[in-house]
Design a protein around this ligand. Structure first.
Ligand code: ADP
Ligand code: TRP
Length: 321
């Protein structure tokens, strides 16, 4: 299966990004053809700082490579390296009813939050459709907020195919229901926008500080504690095997330790868990030329597919060459 995903270069990755998405990608690349690109054109809808966009683009590539994306299995590139996507975006725009975009939740939500909408934000789903359709993606793993964008992609593809024959493959979205929502340090869903994240590549000192801030019940040191629904325990579940969890449960039940002790244990587990990724990241940060080579190689492969598809599309609509 050709599995396809776009990542917004929007800054620091947190542990919920890892357990909610990146880990699945790393597993998927073994038995599928994984295509992964960094959506820098999409990021322009909200990010207007050129230095930050440039740095985030490289940073996200380095992070994914460090966390296990293997360029010998996965095609990874930067969206703007394959300009055909913008041509397809325009052509698809002519097959996109306004109503389809006006109904998009993600657009409506942003406007409701008072974000001043520009045209790119409104037409964001058409560019996303171009990403997906250009490369004949079959499966698009998404978070719930992105399901509608894949449905819009299908609608646009069906409209185009009705007029011109089977030019585009209809993609299916895939939501991994087995992934529970990871709580943040305040117990609400972990999210950049809530400022409650634990970031993957924090310094040890910052990690200690952040895990120290996890909200817990206030119970006297000597008393037994409830591990169910405790934010520290919920986060520990991601990093511990069954035996370790049993032992942690015993420590909660026994009393004599405060939540601060459980937080320290969690901090150690998180720190160890990402140790290999940290080492790889430090390596890539020193060898950005290798990262560029990987992105260039990915762009070459993606470009080849994009050129083939665009030839068909141009012929279909009457662009003269
Ligand atoms: P944020 O809410 O921090 O902006 P994103 O929307 O960029 O995060 O998330 C990217 C992906 O990471 C999501 O599609 C989802 O798969 C995963 N993810 C983010 N937050 C969580 C969470 N709290 N629990 C589980 N998965 C999450
Ligand atoms: N909209 C996606 C997000 O915000 C990123 C994205 C852009 C994407 N194009 C895509 C995801 C194509 C999957 C397929 O997360």
């Amino acid at each position: 299966m050709r599995v396809f995903t776009g990542i917004q270069p929007s800054g620091t990755l947190h542990i919920a990004n890892y357990f909610g998405s990146i880990k699945q990608m790393v597993e998927l690349q073994d038995s599928n053809e994984l295509f992964m690109f960094i959506a820098d054109y999409h990021a322009l809808t909200s990010l207007k700082d050129p230095k930050a966009l440039r740095e985030n683009t490289m940073d996200v590539a380095i992070s994914y490579l460090s966390l296990g994306i293997d360029p010998s299995k996965t095609t990874m590139w930067v969206q703007s390296d394959v300009k055909e996507v913008l041509e397809l975006y325009w052509i698809l725009s002519a097959y996109t009813p306004m109503g389809l975009l006006e109904r998009a939740h993600s657009y409506k939500d942003k406007v409701a939050k008072g974000i001043l909408a520009n045209h790119a934000l409104f037409s964001y789903p058409v560019l996303m459709a171009a990403d997906i359709l250009l490369y004949d993606a079959q499966i698009v793993p998404v978070g719930k907020d992105q399901i509608q964008h894949v449905e819009i992609t299908r609608d646009i593809a069906i409209k185009f195919n009705n007029d011109h024959g089977e030019i585009f493959t209809l993609p299916k979205f895939k939501v991994d229901e087995s992934v529970a929502s990871v709580p943040g340090i305040d117990g609400a869903k972990m999210s950049k926008s809530y400022g409650n994240t634990i970031d993957i590549f924090m310094t040890e000192k910052a990690l200690k500080k952040q895990t120290g801030k996890i909200v817990t019940q206030s119970v006297a040191m000597e008393d037994p504690k409830e591990y169910k629904d405790c934010n520290v325990y919920e986060l520990s579940k991601l990093f511990m095997n069954d035996d370790e969890l049993k032992e942690l449960q015993e420590r909660y039940k026994r009393g004599g330790e405060g939540h601060g002790h459980f937080k320290m244990t969690l901090k150690e587990k998180i720190w160890d868990y990402f140790e290999e990724a940290r080492t790889k990241r430090a390596y890539f940060q020193e060898h950005t030329d290798e990262v560029m080579d990987i992105l260039n190689e990915g762009a070459k492969k993606a470009s080849h597919l994009a050129k083939e598809k665009m030839q068909l599309v141009r012929e279909s609509v009457g662009i003269y060459r």
